[in-house]
Each structure stands twice: as C-alpha cells, then as structure tokens.
Design a binder for this molecule. Sequence first.
Ligand code: ADA
Length: 559
Amino acid sequence: MIRGFATHEIREQFELNNLWEFSTYEGEHKNEVYKVAVPSCWESYPKFSAYRGKALYRNSFRIGGNVRLNFKGVSYTAKVRFDSEVVVEHYNAYTEFETVIKNVKDGFHNIEVDVDNSFNENSALHIPNDYQSYGGISRPVVIEVVPDVYIKHVYFTPIYEDGNWFGIVKVEIENLSDKVQTLKIKIAIDENEYVFPKVEATGMETIKLVDKFKFDNVEDYELETPKLYMLKAILYIGEKEEPSDDLIERVGFREIHIDGKNLLFNGKKLRIKGFCRHEDHPLFGCALPYEALDYDINLMIDMGANAVRTAHYPNNELFLDLCDEKGILVWEESHARGLSEENMRHKNFDMQSENCISEMIVNHYNHPSILIWGILNECASETEYGKQCYDKQFRQIKELDKSRPTTFASCKIKNDISLDLPDIISFNVYPGWYVDTPEKEFIDDVYEWVQKDTEGCGKPFIISEIGAGAIPGYRTHTNVKWSEERQASILKNQIEAIFSNDDIIGTFIWQFCDVRISEEWFYMRPRSMNNKGIVDEYRRRKLSYDVIKDLFMKQSNYK
Ligand code: ADA
C-alpha cells in the first residue's frame, strides 16, 4: 500500500510489492537465495534476525517509457541498478528517494538493490544506538511512467485572512526532454478551480509556479473533525485538451502560530498529550504494515493522546496519512539521537543531516497533522560547535518551511547554550527514574530556570520526554525499579507535575512501546530492549496504560 489515498488518476503507477529474490553477501547464509516480501526487514526472517551487513535484492518487471523509480525507504544504504547500471544511491533508512530513467524500451527489465545496514566509517547518523537500525527494503517501492513533462511536487500552505481561507500553491514541473514545452497547470479543491497562466519550460529544466488562491466553502481542519481535501494538480501541454499528467495531494485548512508561551492551533491554545514512538515491532522490525500502524494510533487515541513525536527520524508516510485522518498532531523529527560533538564533527554529518531534513520536508510538507519540525535529539547543544550545527539546520528548515515552528529535545538542561535558536523549548527529563529529585520539584525547577536565566525565556515550553522503565509482566507489591507498579507511579507523578503548570504546553511520554536496541550500543539494557514502553513490544498493556488514560482523558485538547 503506497498511501492512504490515490496520488494519481492519470499517471500510470504501481507498487513493486511482490516477492523479491534476496541473498546476503556475507555471513552464515551467504549467497543462498530466498524469496522475501517487500516491504519488510530481513530481521523478520529467522535466519537473518540478527544479520548486520550487505544484502542483494532482485526483481524484474515489464515497463517502457520514462520510468520513475521511487523508494519510500531502504534501511539503511541503497545502491540501485536498473539493467545492471547504477541509477541511484541513497543513505538513510527513513527518507524516500527517486530517479527517472528516460526512454526505457518496452519489455522486461531487471532491478537490483544492494542494501547495507552495517555500522561503518561513512555513517554519521546510523550508529549503534538506543534503537535498532534494521536491514531491508522497509517501505514501498513505487514505479511510475512519466511523460516528458511531469509534475514533480505540489506544496500547499493554508493561510487564514479576514475570515477567509487562502492557500499558497507551489508546483514544480520537470521537463525531461530537450525541447521547449508550453504548459498549463490547473489546480482544484472541490469546486475551487484555478489555472496558472501558460508558461514555457526550456529543455531539461525544472520550473516552479507559485500563487495564492482563495478557497470558498471549505471547513477547518480541527483535531476533533480533521477534514481533509484532495488538491489536484493537472498538467496540459501546448494546445492539447487532454491532460498529460497529474499529482494529487491531500491537504487541510489549519494554521499554527506561536503566541508568547502558547502554541495556537487555529487560534486555540494547544495542550499536548503525546507519545514518542519508534517504528519498531518484533515481527516486522521498522517495516510495520498498515494494519499495525493503525493499531498503534488507535491505542494512542484510546489513551486520550492527541500527538505523537516521530523519535528520532522521519516516519513512514502511511503513518502520517493516518495521523492526518485521525487528527493526531505530529512532531516530526529529522534523524539523529544522542550525538556528541565528536559525532557531529564526522565528515558526513553535515551532508547526511542536510539530505535528511530536505527529504523529510519536501516529501511531508502537505500533511496537516505535522505541527513541529524537530532536529538533533539530545545532541551537543551545550558546545559552541554543536550550537553552530543546530543553527545551520534550523536555518535550512526555515528556508524550506516557514509555516511551522521548530524545536529540539535537549537533555543538557542547565548547560544548554542553544536555547535562543528554536521557536519552542523542549526538555527530556526523567525525575523519579534517572534522577531522584521528586518529579514536581524537578519539573518546576527546570521550568523556572528557563524563564529566569535563559534565552528560552517567554517561549513555548514542552517536556519532550518523561518516562520510566518496566519489564513487562514484572509485578510486585515491593514497588521496586523495573516493576510495572513503579513505572506507573513515576509516570503519574511526572504527568501530574506537568499538567499542574498551565504554562507548560504538554508532554510526549517516552515511550509508546518497548523497542529493540542495537546490541553494539555501549549501554546495557535488560532484554536488549528499551523497556520504557507503556505497552510492550507486542503492544500488550502495562499497568501504566490505564494510569495515563485516566490523566490524558481529563485534559482537553486546548487550555
Ligand atoms: C533519551 C533519548 C531516548 C531514550 C531515552 C531513555 O532521552 O532521547 O532515545 O534513549 O533517553 O530511555 O533513556
């Protein structure tokens, strides 16, 4: 399944989701050929459940014309060959990439993908960490046939002015041919139809059209009534009446603003009740099927949540589609967790981060559920060099999207020197778990420190992580650490402390479910899992489930 809706009515598109041939280049089962499902992670196959290394995926399909190959996610490096020729290479499990191969002769063609999930000297972001870097073609592979001139992207930014909804629509069109082409773009949302004036695209050029339009009779996108609209962009070439290409996006009419310490959603002061969530499942690795994604969101909704943080990387678009449909707000995060200054000085850090941010924003821009862009979780925001990296990345985000606020989750607390940079201050704190200071005392102290002594003073403030560990099923009246009872009582105190301060916008609980960690990580965790889930890895509820449900249900979506 590619998306939660059809993105084309004209362009030919299909998902290459049948069985692929799979073999590893190394290890005990080297060169043995298996059939595997795509998308999936190889860890889902018992012989490869702990394989870290290189593997080969092969397939063939019938196609002709200008062929667009679009990989929604390969974990975590990919080298793609089409009829034995390398056509695209990509780093990072969590963002999509594409290439167009022009004038392919009609017939059967071979596709091969070298996938590598080994930690090596070229990787700055995928490193041994408190989550697993899985292996495989983990998100859908989409094949399209595009005409010589085709619509590459459509970006929609809703704006509310004088009681009316407007939208800035930006369309990117690529001319693959070497001829000058005259073209026209029509855009439509329900009965609202507009046509951009005719333009000429010279050969091999990408052109951008931008305009602001008024949209009548549209409903607001609200958390309680998340009304979505199909935005259709249709391309006409020359004097032809028949359209030659299209791209359909799904959008919502809502605005996000900051007003002092408040975060406003359509003018109302938001109260965030959220979870941090890794894409992780013992049966599927990071390649959760649609049903499992839906199941996770439904559990969060059942607990009264209204937000999710995609810690610590951009998520599967299908998950974002579900968030759009269900009115769950998203803090979408670029890939990075716990990098030291030394890690940030890695030769590829800047390039890999920059690519991740632009691929995240370019491809996810239109999701009305995305509320905040986050970067660099718990990295070196306490050092001068680290601060420069934060600054650079925030500038990049603002160039790509000025309509959403930015933040980063800091654990440096009183040593942080980068609080002037984001729009929102966010802290990860674990009183009652990693520190013994009573929960309320700790949270009040951090909040007051930010307000008094820092450049974060007066900005919206979020507790981006709270939590405590519990081994699933470990129940004891002694209330000791790692018991479900202890986890529930710590979380109760943490959440009550946050909600007792009306100036704190809310929180994202660490974390939705227990997750596998990479064993190479230096830190020992029981079961080689991060056990702070409110449900375990199979989504079985721990004692804290009902405690959170009770506390979240008492809070409305707005302050
Ligand atoms: C951090 C980090 C998470 C996780 C958590 C924990 O705050 O952001 O990825 O490691 O701590 O469980 O300790």
